[in-house]
Design a binder for this molecule. Structure first.
Ligand SMILES: Nc1nc2c(ncn2[C@@H]2O[C@H](COP(=O)(O)OP(=O)(O)OP(=O)(O)O)[C@@H](O)[C@H]2O)c(=O)[nH]1
Ligand SMILES: [Mg+2]
Length: 396
């Protein structure tokens, strides 16, 4: 049996465009034999009664469906109900996102299908790969916004394999929809951010996303619904997502636990030394004991926090905790040794002396400070390496 693909067209006041758009799509459908093709218009009860025109066309075209939203739900809202309907009632295997204003070239649809047949999970119509393009007559500022907007998104999200993040011409398989849509909270994805949010989630989940070039055509009728809040919402969204990614990353948690350990060591040292008065006969030995005890306190805290938080996904089994704790102590000793070695090497090879003064602040940077900082950094690299490869090994 042939698989079904539904082209979803969200509309809001597209009376002048919807007729030609549907007609052109139906023409292209005639050339497609391997897929059963249908159209679903999702109209938000447009004041210009776009839906009435669609109902009229439905009389001649049984492959044309209409969903009517009572309220204006934004692009994301319209797509979400459209997809639920297409993959549900219409038993679709694939949906297309398609604009009503003829900006997207329907003749490109077979290229999308070819990619889907070749195992892509999602296909994007891309303006920024060879063969694609934006209208030549766009003003400087619109070209700039579109091109740099995409560059900014790629950079902030650090995902450079996809060139057109904001395109509204897409093919989405059921597999991707089912995995992605439960993660889309309505408040975050109601408007145009839906597009970036959906794509980002799909990419993050590891789906195979490919691109097909197309040249974007300017709308000739009706009005753009793209408002100035789009830019603000997009920027807010990508920075929020990036921050969330950073906070969730192992390196970040490792650094936080490390810093916490340093604070714990210093406070516990102060505490332990209070226990032994300085005039005590045992001062020298107690100083060493206090120092040692504070280091061990920090190590225990660090071990506990790493196991519960940084490596929560690789938590140690009960019976292995003791041996791992001993290994953890050895690792920490290794880190201290590295710091000591760098300090001694620096002192003998370069010597202790002022290196330079920070302008305006007047702070003199001594070589000793550089040795200490280098030692701590190299020690951290060692620790992270040891934690990930020996102590909290990746589970198989
Ligand atoms: N149902 C529904 N459709 C919408 C809504 N907002 C936009 N659309 C439709 O989404 C598609 C894209 O909107 P456009 O205004 O063309 O946005 P754009 O293509 O990014 O901007 P232009 O290049 O200026 O046309 C069109 O088919 C719109 O009618 C909405 O709130 N509800
Ligand atoms: Mg448009």
């Amino acid at each position: 049996m042939k698989k079904t693909a539904v082209v979803i067209i969200p509309t809001y006041n597209e009376r002048e465009n919807i007729g030609v758009t549907v007609e052109r799509l139906l023409q292209v459908f005639e050339t497609i034999s391997t897929w059963k093709m249908e159209i679903l218009v999702v109209d938000d009860t447009s004041p210009d009664k776009t839906y009435e025109l669609v109902r009229e066309m439905q009389k001649k075209s049984p492959e044309l469906h209409l969903l009517l939203n009572k309220k204006k739900s934004g692009l994301g809202g319209a797509y979400l109900v459209g997809m639920a309907h297409a993959f549900g009632e219409l038993k679709s295997d694939l949906v297309f996102e398609f604009d009503a204003d003829l900006s997207h070239d329907p003749k490109k649809i077979p290229d999308f299908l070819e990619k889907i047949d070749a195992e892509s999970d999602m296909v994007l119509g891309s303006r920024y790969i060879p063969g694609g393009g934006i209208p030549k007559d766009w003003g400087m500022h619109r070209k700039f916004l579109s091109i740099f907007g995409n560059l900014i998104i790629m950079t902030v999200l650090t995902r450079f394999s996809i060139r057109d993040w904001t395109t509204g011409f897409r093919a989405i398989t059921k597999k991707v929809y089912e995995a992605v849509h439960p993660n889309l909270s309505s408040e975050r994805f109601s408007g145009y951010t839906f597009q970036i949010g959906f794509l980002y989630t799909a990419v993050k989940m590891g789906f195979k996303v490919t691109e097909v070039p197309f040249v974007f055509a300017d709308r000739t009728h009706g009005h753009s619904k793209l408002g100035p809040e789009y830019l603000k919402n997009t920027l807010l969204f990508i920075f929020k997502v990036r921050l969330q990614e950073i906070f969730a990353s192992r390196i970040f948690k490792f650094a936080v636990v490390g810093a916490t350990g340093a604070v714990i060591q210093l406070t516990s040292l102060t505490l332990y030394r209070l226990l032994v008065p300085e005039f005590s006969y045992y001062f020298l030995t107690s100083f060493f004991v206090a120092t040692f005890a504070s280091i061990e306190t920090a190590i225990i805290a660090n071990f506990f926090l790493s196991n519960k938080w940084t490596f929560a996904d690789r938590q140690l089994e009960k019976g292995r905790k003791l041996i791992k704790f001993i290994q953890f102590n050895l690792t920490s000793a290794g880190s201290l040794l590295i710091q000591l070695l760098i300090a001694v090497l620096g002192e003998t090879l370069i010597g202790l002396r002022p290196l330079f003064t920070i302008p305006f602040v007047g702070f003199v940077v001594e070589s000793g400070l550089i040795f200490a900082v280098t030692g701590i950094l190299v020690g951290m690299v060692w620790n992270f390496f040891a934690y990930t490869t020996f102590i909290w090994k990746k589970k198989k």
